[in-house]
Each structure stands twice: as structure tokens, then as C-alpha cells.
Design a binder for this molecule. Structure first.
Ligand code: IPM
Ligand code: MG
Length: 359
């Protein structure tokens, strides 16, 4: 019977609708299992730019750091796309990850049997389904390296740098191996060691951690270009994918699409404490915002991850995941997952109601 203080960063576009849906689900879980969830809203992204001129007000950082965990919708939209780099909505996301020390990003992707027909891969390639977890390093690499503009050999040029310390690689490797121990005990580490020095260090460190600390977990390497291909050729070969910030960004979008819809994919960003940030893997979808068309499932599943990883409430998380399975098995669909099923699509509020019935 716990009390948990959750910071809500609804953000932009469909953010508010899908976060409201997850809040309803959490309240129902609270009622069923005897927990109290307190929610405090904070501004970030375009909404914060409009209200305060800044994408990530200090009040939001302080509020998130004082919370037990953060639930985030999505940030960004065309309205803010032309702003200078330092006040773009994306700064809010990157700033929160850094300020909260969230170096581990978990992005699961699996094929729901009920959604097999929506998978864009040839049926024989996913006959046995797939179930993988991307463990993406989140506060290092080229995202946070030195960058700038300068005069180069051919005139004005721009540059970004990728740097990884042994410490950063060790801690993300441990996160991946720990996750693998709770799954099928296999880690494929993805890099570009045939070209990049950071990748060569990455490989060295990952193998040392594997041998010294996780002899029970299988560990192998794959080059990122090959990995991009293998994901659409044989996704079933992957259990845990361990990779850097930028490779993880790219591969996780690819992995999301092979599940049938990006509207189903949750994510967790974790650090050294139980406090995390949980958000759907998709964006703010400004084209459908405010029209009751969004699929809340990715955000609802992100809330389930919060219960499991931040609050250690496994049974409660299972209850949400079972409700999602049940809704999908019953053929209930939002527009993004209707596909060829012939179902009549329902809206975000109706989907929330269907999930609530099953909690
Ligand atoms: C993601 C997003 C972000 C990232 C952007 C919005 C900064 O693409 O969470 O994958 O690149 O990390
Ligand atoms: Mg991305």
C-alpha cells in the first residue's frame, strides 16, 4: 500500500490526451491494489516555450527531481521547428535525461499475436513472432559531445563528436546484462567497430564485463549496418540489443515499426536510482492532436514499466499488460492498428474505457 508522487509532463500534440489516459489507468490500479498515486503537472517542450520562452523551465527540472518518477507524453511540433537549436522542444527531453542522470533507455518491441497482420514483414519471417529489448545508452555519445561551426578546408563547416568513457560503457553494459538475466540471457552488442574508435572501446569493455561479471549470459557483437538489415530479416534472433545513444535512436524506430505500430511501444529511462522517466516511443503526432484519434497504449504500457522498474510493483504492471493483451485479442483497435482487420476504429477515450473495464 504505497504512496507515489508522479511528475506529469504532458508536453505537446497528442501528449495531453495519452497522458490523461495513463493517469486514469494508474488511478484504477491504485484503487484495485490500494496504492495512492499523486500527480503534479509540469511544463516542457513547446508548451513550455509558449508559456515561459524556455523548453525546460528550472521548475520542471526541480519538480521531476523531487518526484518518485516522471510520466512524459511527447514534445515538439511544427510550430516550434524553426526555433534556434538551444530553445527547441527536443532540448527539454535531452535536458531532463541529463539532469536526472537517466543513462539507460529500455525500448521493448514484440509482435503481438493479435497484430500479426499489421506487421510489415513477410509472414514467414515472423512466423514464430519476436520479442526484443533495446538497451540504448542515453546520456553520452554524439548527442552530448562537443559540436560547433568553424572554418574548414572547404569553407564553413559543422562538426559533432562522439565520446564514450569506460565508465559510461560499463554501466550501460551492466544494465543490458541485468535485463538479459530476466529474459532469454542473450545480449547482442551493436557498434561500428570496423570504423569508429568509440566502438572499439565499446566492444572491449562490453566483453570484459560479460566475461568477468555475466558468464551466464551469452554475448556477441554485430555491426550496426548489418543489425539494421537483420532486424527486418530475422528479428527473432534478438533478445537484448545493447547499443549507443545514436545507434539506439535509429534502431529503436526500426524495431518499433516491425511490431505493426509505433503506437504500442513503451519506453523507460533509468539511472542509478529508482526514479525514472517513462514515455511512449512515438512522437507528438501534431496531425492528429486534439481529435481523439491517438492510441494511448504506448503510454499506458510506459506507466506499467514505471510500476515495475521504479516502484517494484510487478503484479500491478502485469495487470495493465494483461488488459492491453486482452483488448488487442478482442479485436478492439484505434485507427493506427486497424490495418486489414476490418474493425471500426475507436478513439483514445474509448480505448481508455476498454482498458479500464479490464483492470
Ligand atoms: C527519441 C527521440 C529523441 C532522441 C529526440 C526527440 C531528441 O527521437 O527519444 O528517440 O533522439 O533521443
Ligand atoms: Mg528517436
Amino acid at each position: 500500500m504505497g504512496t507515489y508522487n508522479i511528475a506529469l509532463v504532458k508536453g505537446d500534440g497528442i501528449g495531453p490526451e495519452i497522458v490523461d489516459s495513463a493517469v486514469e489507468i494508474l488511478n484504477a490500479i491504485g484503487k484495485k491494489f490500494g496504492h495512492t498515486f499523486n500527480f503534479t503537472p509540469y511544463l516542457a517542450g513547446g508548451a513550455a516555450i509558449d508559456a515561459t520562452g524556455k523548453p525546460l523551465p528550472q521548475e520542471t527540472v526541480d519538480g521531476c527531481l523531487a518526484s518518485d518518477s516522471v510520466l512524459l507524453g511527447a514534445v515538439g511540433g511544427p510550430k516550434w521547428d524553426t526555433l534556434p537549436a538551444d530553445i527547441r522542444p527536443e532540448k527539454a527531453l535531452l535536458g531532463l535525461r541529463k539532469a536526472m542522470g537517466l543513462y539507460t533507455n529500455l525500448r521493448p518491441s514484440r509482435l503481438y499475436p493479435a497484430l500479426k497482420a499489421e506487421c510489415p514483414l513477410r509472414p514467414d519471417l515472423v512466423e514464430n513472432g519476436y520479442d526484443l529489448l533495446i538497451v540504448r545508452e542515453l546520456t553520452g555519445g554524439i548527442y552530448f559531445g562537443d559540436r560547433g561551426r568553424r572554418e574548414g578546408q572547404y569553407g564553413p563547416e559543422a562538426w559533432d563528436t562522439e565520446a564514450y568513457s569506460v565508465m559510461e560503457i560499463e554501466r550501460i553494459a551492466r544494465a543490458a546484462f541485468d535485463a538479459a538475466r530476466k529474459r532469454r540471457k542473450s545480449v547482442i552488442s551493436i557498434d561500428k567497430a570496423n570504423v569508429l574508435e568509440t566502438s572499439r572501446l565499446w566492444r572491449e569493455v562490453v566483453h570484459r564485463i560479460a566475461e568477468e561479471e555475466y558468464p551466464d549470459v551469452e554475448c556477441s557483437d554485430m555491426l550496426v549496418d548489418n543489425a539494421a538489415m537483420q532486424l527486418v530479416k530475422n528479428p527473432g534472433q534478438f533478445d537484448v540489443i545493447l547499443t549507443s545513444n545514436m545507434f539506439g535512436d535509429i534502431l529503436s524506430d526500426e524495431a518499433s515499426q516491425i511490431s505493426g505500430s509505433i503506437g504500442l511501444l513503451s519506453s523507460a529511462s533509468l539511472g542509478a536510482t529508482p526514479r525514472g522517466m517513462y514515455e511512449p516511443a512515438h512522437g507528438s503526432a501534431p496531425d492528429i492532436a486534439g481529435q481523439n484519434l491517438a492510441n494511448p497504449i504506448a503510454t499506458v504500457l510506459s506507466a506499467a514499466m514505471m510500476l515495475r522498474y521504479s516502484f517494484d510493483l510487478g503484479a500491478e504492471a502485469n495487470c495493465i499488460e494483461a488488459a492491453v493483451d486482452d483488448v488487442l485479442n478482442a479485436g478492439i483497435r484505434t485507427a493506427d492498428i486497424v490495418g486489414a482487420s476490418g474493425a471500426t476504429p475507436i478513439g483514445c477515450t474509448e480505448m481508455t474505457a476498454e482498458l479500464l473495464k479490464r483492470i
